[in-house]
Design a protein around this ligand. Sequence first.
Ligand SMILES: Cc1cc2nc3c(=O)[nH]c(=O)nc-3n(C[C@H](O)[C@H](O)[C@H](O)COP(=O)(O)OP(=O)(O)OC[C@H]3O[C@@H](n4cnc5c(N)ncnc54)[C@H](O)[C@@H]3O)c2cc1C
Ligand code: SF4
Length: 483
Amino acid sequence: MGFTRGFIEFERIEQPHVSVEERVKSFCEIYGTLTDEQAKIQAGRCMDCGIPFCMHECPLHNDSPDFNEFVSEDQMSKAYNVLSATNNFPEITGRICPALCEEGCTLGIHRKAVGIKSVERKIAEYAFEHGLVKPIVNKNRTGKKVCVVGSGPAALAAAQQLNRFGHDVTVLEKMNKIGGLLRYGIPDFKLPKEILDRRISQLEQEGITFKTKTIVGAIKELEHGVHNDSLTEVRGEQLLKDYDAIVLAPGSESPRDLKLPGRSLSGIYFALDFLIAQNRENNGDCPNPIDVKGKNVVVIGGGETASDCIGVSIRKGAASVVQLDYHDELPESVDLTLAWPEWRKIKRTSTSHEEGCTRLFSTNTTAFEGKDKLEAVLTQKVKWGEGRQFDGIAGTESKIKADVVLIAMGYSHPSSALIKEFNLETDKRGNIKADTQGAKAYQTSCEKVFAAGDGRKGQSLVVYAIAEGRQCAKAVDDFLNRE
Ligand SMILES: Cc1cc2nc3c(=O)[nH]c(=O)nc-3n(C[C@H](O)[C@H](O)[C@H](O)COP(=O)(O)OP(=O)(O)OC[C@H]3O[C@@H](n4cnc5c(N)ncnc54)[C@H](O)[C@@H]3O)c2cc1C
Ligand code: SF4
């Protein structure tokens, strides 16, 4: 503990951020990095608890008490060593993680939690600025070859760990560029793509081979709504011959649809059609074909994807943005004696919500209306019963003017194109079946094939994807050493 009474003397410091009026004019990053002094104070509030629940709540088990101590003592290089021992990409989690650790912070029970995420970002940025993020090259090569399919956070973490164990790693990605949802899903105002490129350059220098525009499986088998830039199909059979092990990290790409009357009207899109096109436009590729300027946009769904659609629509000049969420509105706070240290079931307001959208809760979409193109969304209020059942409330029907609808209702499973290629067993949701514990951890029903990330777990968070990628790499290494 750099400051023994820091938690009494100092208040939490909120991260610097661009005002709503300024930020909606561009896709510039909203949050900034703490100054050296702010980071010292923020980290100095850590109580170095005997049982650090923050570490327990973080899926990577980042050692926040230790890195907080080093930051508060101005020992940034040691702080980076602690952080990078558990997290391959702290500059990414330090930007877009929902900070599960902070919900577990003991100080958060009676005062504001330590801003662990902002300290994490500070350490990572310091490390890049001061040349501490160097390629780590293991010169003792094992001669074993591993293929990683996909290039999102799970794949990148697995690839980096496997390469550092000494195996030769090739990453195959069907899109134009590496990064998965970090590149194509999440908007620049949350994660500028230079941050990703900077890290990928380290992975390249460490010796990982990346092949983009290369799909594993048959393109014709991709479900509606799954994106692909590849014309080159690689067969699973060939990979099984060429590699000693294969890691599948395909994400959860098959979007949930709303098969309602009027669904075929023009003007209704999946969220990622809009977000991917915008990320491509911001990268200098062709303009986003889904034009929302001056239009009434309705976003259906309540999660991060929906929130990102709101932020992008506002920046693209939408006349109005309405969010429909069939869940009930949650309370602003909960009794922490019951909730701590778990993730709190409270109403969360994202930066995009702050920028100006109408949020309608307990509101179900019942139909889309229009002649050739969409004109309105029909809704009805709902009442939730036991379990996950809800009933429409008679007399609460309503009509919302809409030119564009973005369906952001989540993703069911990875594309079956890949699953068919290896004839894999799936769980009841259609995810690739593999346990996370025991001798067969992360191993699929095909012996040489392992799986990690959203494609195994179901749609989740970047921090879980990195954690799964790391654990899967360890399982693959054990498997290769046993062979
Ligand atoms: C819009 C949006 C915003 C989000 N915001 C946040 C956030 O703020 N914070 C957070 O923690 N999480 C967020 N998430 C969730 C997070 O992005 C995912 O949980 C995470 O990216 C999953 O990582 P992954 O590596 O498993 O898969 P992905 O990132 O989905 O990457 C999978 C990759 O595999 C490739 N692939 C798939 N099949 C094949 C194949 N057959 N051949 C070759 N390549 C293939 C895909 O093209 C893709 O590049 C968000 C998700 C979305 C959609
Ligand atoms: S990765 Fe997320 S949960 Fe873990 S310490 Fe960082 S901000 Fe907290």
